[in-house]
Every structure is written in structure tokens, then in C-alpha cells.
Write a protein that binds this ligand. Sequence first.
Ligand code: BEZ
Length: 397
Amino acid sequence: MDNENHFDVVVIGGGPMGLSTAYHLSKRKAKTLVLEQFTFINQLGSSAGISRQFRIPYPDEYMVKLVKQSIPYWDELQSLTPVPLMDKVGTLWFGDPDVHSTEGNIRQAELALQAQDVAYSKVSAAELESKYQFKDLPSTYTGLFQAQGASIDLKATQQTLYNWNRKSSFVTMKEEAPVTKIEYRQQQFEITTPVGQFTARKLVLVPGPYADAVFKLLNFQVAATYWNMASAFYKKTDPRIQYPTWFVFQNPVGNNGNQFYGFPEVSWNYPGYIRVASDFVISPLNSPEQRTLIPNPEELGYTAAWVKHHMRGLDPVPHYTSTCLVALSKIANKELIVDFAPAHVPGHKDIVIYATGWAGKFVPLLGKILADLSLDGHTPYDISHFATGIKYFTQLK
Ligand code: BEZ
């Protein structure tokens, strides 16, 4: 095999995490290949829908700390482009303070913010309606507002990373390049794709929801469930209306998970409309193959009803609907997995993995962490909560 097809690191998966990993590897002068099975900046994975929430509130202090640690990396990325990567409108977490949902609990989040010295303000039930434009909420609801929250333009984020990688003499990017075989021989990986065969000393696996299609080539799989999440835009009827990014905590009612989240109006994504989505699925999937690009009408219906009953200044008819596919750990709620491949895989110490969970807000930092792990075998960031692959990965043969 000629030398031009040999790399220090091959990154499998060209979504935001793969592009960010390549960016950080290129800064370390590692010769890097990114393989994307579809096309770059597509709408088929977990980053579909373009906008994502940047929020510091989390019920766990280690997550709050990690979001704080991501901020300098967002600033660094922002310095590479004149396009704003975030609209800093703040984050409003509100709802029933007794609810312990899949996303956490408002009181616990307050404690975690306090422990990490993050400024926030408490929001009363009255203020949720007078200041933040919601309506007809139960009088027991409370909230917290954290001013550094933002809506992330994930498409511009990916474009910035992509543009850097294209210009970098250290990075090669190939699309329509699904990996069909991985073999480990003489301390290097041989990677087969329809666009060529490549060798590498190290692998970084960031295939998003398509994780098992790659992991099975190395004889393991991850215990995951798949959410094909529905989202829609709602037309503003009052041009003055604006919302922060927000999340409402409520107990489920029947098959309605009853948790919703939303965004401000942003210039990059259907201006004149506001995105609101449900943070639940009625039927989780067992594999990405079961996914369709059609949003579940019931989930859209519950969201539209919530918009109608509780949001001011919006026409409650869903437009520009979309789906986003995410793999979530079956074992630990929505935890991220950042780890090396399991020990039975030949060359496992040279295979770094990020799998499961929502990590849009961590894109610039996780790329750095994955690059550190790949080149150094360790990272200064605390990933002890995520380095749990041993529990979540199972051997196939
Ligand atoms: C998040 O920030 O991780 C998130 C926000 C809304 C829905 C799901 C996840």
C-alpha cells in the first residue's frame, strides 16, 4: 500500500465530533483521515435540525464543569469564522420542581450550578409568564435562568471545522466512504471502504447513531436504544416575541412524555419561525435501520398542543418538520461514553470511541479530548464518568 494511504489516525464518522477531532489532531500535526459514510454536514445523524442548545445547567456537577470547560474551545472556534456560532439568549429551565426526568431536576441543577460558582437567577411562576412569555402554567412551576445559555448554529459549527480541515495539510476527508472491514495486522489497522483501502496506527470511532455498524466490524456492540426525535417550527404571529432556549420539566401523561424544549428565533434557521421539540419518543427503536425521516405525528401533535396552550405569539401549526436520530445508552440514562475499545479487540488501546448521548454543546471540547486520548492515551479533562465502555460494550464473538 502506498504511503499516501497511510495515516497516523483514521477518524470514522464525519459528523461534528469527527470534524472536531480532526481539527484537534491537525493542530497536533497528526496525519489524519476522516471517513464519512454519507456526505459531510448531512441531516441524517444526531446533528440534524441545525440548532442545538448550549446550556450550563445539569443535575450533575461534573457535567456543569465540563460545559464550563468547553467555553474556551467554543471561543477558539468562533475566532476562525465571522459567522456567529451561537446566539447567546440564555437558558430557561422551568416546570415542576419535583420532577426527576430523563434530563434531570431543576433543584438539583441549581445545586450543581452553585457548587460550580455559575451565576443564575431564580424565576417565579409569575415571571415565567410576565417576563418569558409562557402562559397558563401551573402556579407550582418554578424556573432558573442562566445567561450564558445559547442556541448553537451546529451547521455553521460543522462548516467552520470542515473549512479548517480542508485547508489543513494534515487532514484528508472522504465522503460516501462507509467502512466495510477493519483488520489489525502488524500493529496497524487496515480499513476497507468503497473509495479505497487505508492503514493507520490509530482509530477514532465517532459514528453517532450508526455506532454498531462500525463496532460490529471489531466484534463488539453498544447497549443503546435509538430515539428518532421529532421537531417543528412555529410561525411567529407577534414579531416582538422572543424566547430564550428553554426546557420544561413535567411528569409524563399516558404515552405523552410531556417534556418539551425550544429555541429563540434565529437568523440561520427559518427566520420568522421558532423551533419547539419534544424530548421524548413514543416508540424507541432497536436499531437505526428502523428509522424513517417522517416525524411521529403524535409527538408533533403533543408539541403543537403545548405550543398552543402555553406559548404566546406563535401560530400552533407545525411547519418545517424534521427528525434527528440519537443513540442513548440503555444502561445509564443519557450518559456519554468516551473510552477505548473493549480489551478483546486487537489494538484496543489505539481505538478511541465516543458513543451515545447528546453532545452538541461539547463538540469543540470533545474533539480535543478524543485527539488527546488518541495521541497521548490520556486527557487532562475528567472523563471518569464517561470511561465506562467496559460496562456498555458487549463482545460479539
Ligand atoms: C441537551 O442540552 O442536552 C438537550 C436539550 C434538549 C433536549 C435534549 C437534550
